[in-house]
Design a protein around this ligand. Sequence first.
Ligand code: GLU
Length: 402
Amino acid sequence: MADWRTLSVRINSVAPSATLAVDSKAKAMKASGIDVIGFGAGEPDFPTPDYVVQAAVDACRDPRNHRYTPTAGLPELRRAIADKTLRDSGFAVDPSQVLVTNGGKQAVYETFQVLLDPGDEVIIPAPYWTSYPEAVKLADGVPVPVFAGAERGFEPRVEALEAARTPRTKAVILNSPSNPTGAIWSADTVRSIGLWALEHGIWVVSDEIYEHLHYDDAVTSYVGSLVPEVRDRLVILNGVAKTYAMTGWRVGWMVAPDALTSAAVKLQSHLTSNVSNVPQRAAIAAVSGSLEAVHAMREAFDRRRRLIVHALNGIDGVDCPTPKGAFYAFADVSGLLGRPVGPDGSVAESSAALAALLLDEAHVAAVPGEAFGAPGYLRFSYALADADLVEGMRRFADWASR
Ligand code: GLU
């Protein structure tokens, strides 16, 4: 008999988003007057470019935008996303394959709702973005993490993925440039994963939201371009948040084969209907405009990347590889565990405990590696102002050395 006192097993099996939890706690501390330096959520500190904001202002005044749009998104935006996919990923897709979602996260969620039956497995290269396994579990699927460490640049080996494959394997996630490590996987790795997925009839879910954030000689490799045959089982996830400093506008999308997109449109029609009209108009300006603004932001991120990696590696007990993409530094902090840190000589036995101490005692917010399937690490988003970054690192260094 149903018990009214219990919630579903499904929701009880899911953890809240750790990135958003750290961000909320840091923001609440700030609101109470504590000067917290937030390296928590990956959120560019820049304002959204003016021409994008102007498009939204104009859209607000147009009564056509006070109505519903089609569930799948404004036709002009779907067309612009198809054009952008050709420009960046190097292959043509039809606008009918595009579904506009409330942020990239909704596209992740809907992908697994549409693809998975109970017990289906999804191979997730770890360290992974904290919401992937939870989105899989919300679809009654089984996340299967496959870890690749810093010694191989956090880049998965196809042999390790193959070792994790079972008859229930339905999909594999690609995320390069990667959140949380900032790794960019080589073209060889991306190609070999695409070929492997093709050979075994596995869906490839490629989260390309950090595609334009790459540094030094690294470039983003697109699996749909390197392995054209995989396109009939490829879901591309993307959005405007990271590229155009538009995290709060909540516009993401998926590009997938027609049958999958139609099924996701059906789901979304019962879930949230269309994405708000005005942000869709802003997204059209962003996606169909030039990449000049992102290139300027990338320069700033690059400068901050060097600053933070240098600062982190200057702290005794911290080891941080140099990331080539996104805006995250993923530091091994195992040298700070199990020994006194901070003025009170507190001892953290895990990176989760260390992150809590760092926030409470030094007022520096970072996300613990546990959230990304990588205990012993802390993730620092360096998408914050240079002066804050320097001050935050000074606090961490002083705190750790006392
Ligand atoms: N994706 C960003 C992060 O990892 C934003 C917060 C979230 O949605 O997880 O920090």
